[in-house]
Design a protein around this ligand. Structure first.
Ligand SMILES: C[S@@+](CC[C@H](N)C(=O)[O-])C[C@H]1O[C@@H](n2cnc3c(N)ncnc32)[C@H](O)[C@@H]1O
Length: 212
């Protein structure tokens, strides 16, 4: 455990800084919100920005805004004229998150929607080049099919929490719908010929998927 912690510290000292704004958002998330561990944080945030720089998407979809941390990291990597569309189903989150998004230097690159991505995204006339799936773990497979239908050929999906704290190795209780949802998603994607895929054991597991 100690070794893991010191490696984590070492990594954070040897990668890009998250910057004052994200640092303050992370603190505010921890002080004011329930379940602050849901926020991406320093390492995953820098990784998301790096992916955006590598993929150079014109349109990004995010399912699960929460406090806005990952949205701001991805927006930071976007080129001029590109846009991030981020969806949050919990309307009680809006009062916290909207000021953080709108007060940031990337406000013009972010559209923040309150509602169920599964309902709202299919109505949009947008083709996405990158999607970050980070919503309800029970619905990952539904998000996946919906997102694939809105994704450009050669586009990417990044799915968060796909190792689910190691629970993917266990046989879940019949009422543990989150573990069941993640395992069903992982098993399905593993044999899906429409995509290329790799799992990075970063934080809680990130699956990187490329539509052929
Ligand atoms: C893990 S948190 C997102 C964390 C954020 N992406 C980050 O990395 O900082 C998941 C969020 O997804 C939201 N959510 C769950 N189901 C959703 C849906 N169908 N559409 C939009 N948001 C959803 C939850 O309310 C919650 O705030």
């Amino acid at each position: 455990m100690e070794e893991t912690e010191s490696i984590d510290e070492y990594i954070l000292k040897h990668i890009d800084d998250e910057g004052d704004y994200l640092h303050a958002l992370y603190r505010d998330t921890n002080v004011k919100l329930l379940r602050p561990r849901m926020a991406s944080g320093h390492l995953q945030g820098r990784m998301l920005k790096m992916f955006v720089k590598m993929i150079r998407p014109k349109q990004i979809l995010e399912i699960g805004t929460y406090s806005g941390y990952s949205a701001l990291c991805m927006a930071e990597g976007l080129e001029e004229g590109a846009m991030l569309h981020t969806f949050e189903i919990n309307d009680e989150q809006e009062d916290f998150t909207r000021p953080w998004l709108e007060g940031s230097p990337y406000a013009k690159k972010i559209k923040f929607y309150i509602g169920d991505a599964l309902v709202l995204v299919p109505r949009m006339d947008v083709v996405f080049d990158l999607a970050f799936i980070d919503g309800d773990k029970r619905k990952y497979l539904e998000y996946y099919e919906m997102v694939l239908s809105k994704l450009s050929n050669g586009g990417y999906i990044i799915a968060d929490n796909t190792l689910w704290d190691g629970h993917v190795l266990e046989t879940p209780h019949s009422n543990d719908y989150q573990t069941i949802g993640i395992k069903r998603f992982n098993d399905f994607v593993a044999t899906d010929e429409r995509v290329e895929k790799v799992i990075l054991p970063l934080r809680d597991g990130l699956t990187i998927i490329r539509k052929k």
